[in-house]
Design a protein around this ligand. Structure first.
Ligand SMILES: [Zn+2]
Length: 239
């Protein structure tokens, strides 16, 4: 069966999510798979995660700095090529027009073939937890930027004047999907994802307990034969 991500060499992928650590938690195995395949992967983080709970760093400005470094290290472990931090207030992300303009600017600047975010329709995850409102907002911002603003020059014309003309995106992938239509087996990249997650030291507590917990979650999330899979909603735009 042909793989969903059987793209041409030189394909560029931009992953836009709310918080440092979201890329690794939501699709870390897939990111490792994509960089291993030779694709260029870039991250856009909409916040620096300064409200993430971290007893060690009670000062939110310091935590923002720490998390930026952690995210940069995690991205390095996965072979990511470039990171952009937009620095909106963590916990208060809303899909408004100002941020939609900045997300449009980011996508036009990064010129990706494939844009990745998370599903704005997903309120409930694994029947045990509520999806963070920032995750839904990030997904909504990216979906609304990709269509129609990114490819239509009459949206945010000031961006064209600033040197960011309209670009075409061929696919949108949403991680944490309410309804998946692509399931990727990324068992091979489980260890690399775990190593990337371990870089988020301010968030994971004791590393050994964290790894044990990750193993348990692998069972929740795994496909047949204990394979580790990551799920997506994939939208392919007509040429
Ligand atoms: Zn998050």
């Amino acid at each position: 069966m042909e793989q969903a991500d059987n793209w041409a060499a030189g394909t560029t992928i931009l992953v836009v999510l709310a918080h440092p650590d979201d890329p690794e938690f939501f699709l870390g195995g897939t990111i490792a798979r994509w960089t291993s395949a030779g694709f260029t992967v870039k991250y856009g983080l909409l916040t620096k995660g300064e409200r993430g709970i971290s007893p060690e760093f009670p000062d939110s400005q310091e935590l923002a700095r720490v998390r930026e470094v952690e995210q940069t290290e995690a991205a390095r472990v996965l072979g990511v090529h470039e990171l952009y931090f937009l620095d909106y207030p963590d916990g208060y992300l809303v899909p408004d027009l100002d941020i939609r303009r900045e997300v449009t600017r980011l996508i036009r600047k990064a010129k990706p073939d494939i844009v990745v975010s998370c599903d704005p329709q997903n309120y409930f995850v694994h029947e045990t937890y509520l999806n963070h409102p920032d995750h839904r907002a990030a997904g909504q911002l990216v979906v609304d930027a990709v269509f129609p603003a990114v490819s239509n020059p009459s949206f945010f014309p000031e961006l064209t004047e600033e040197g960011y003309p309209a670009v075409k995106v061929s696919e949108l992938w949403l991680s944490l999907p309410a309804q998946a239509n692509v399931v990727l087996d990324v068992s091979e990249y489980w260890q690399q994802r775990a190593q990337a997650l371990l870089q988020h030291k301010s968030q994971i507590g004791d590393p050994e307990r964290f790894l044990a917990h990750l193993e348990e979650r692998r069972l929740d999330n795994s496909g047949p034969d204990d394979r580790y899979v990551e799920r997506f909603r994939r939208i392919i735009f007509r040429k």
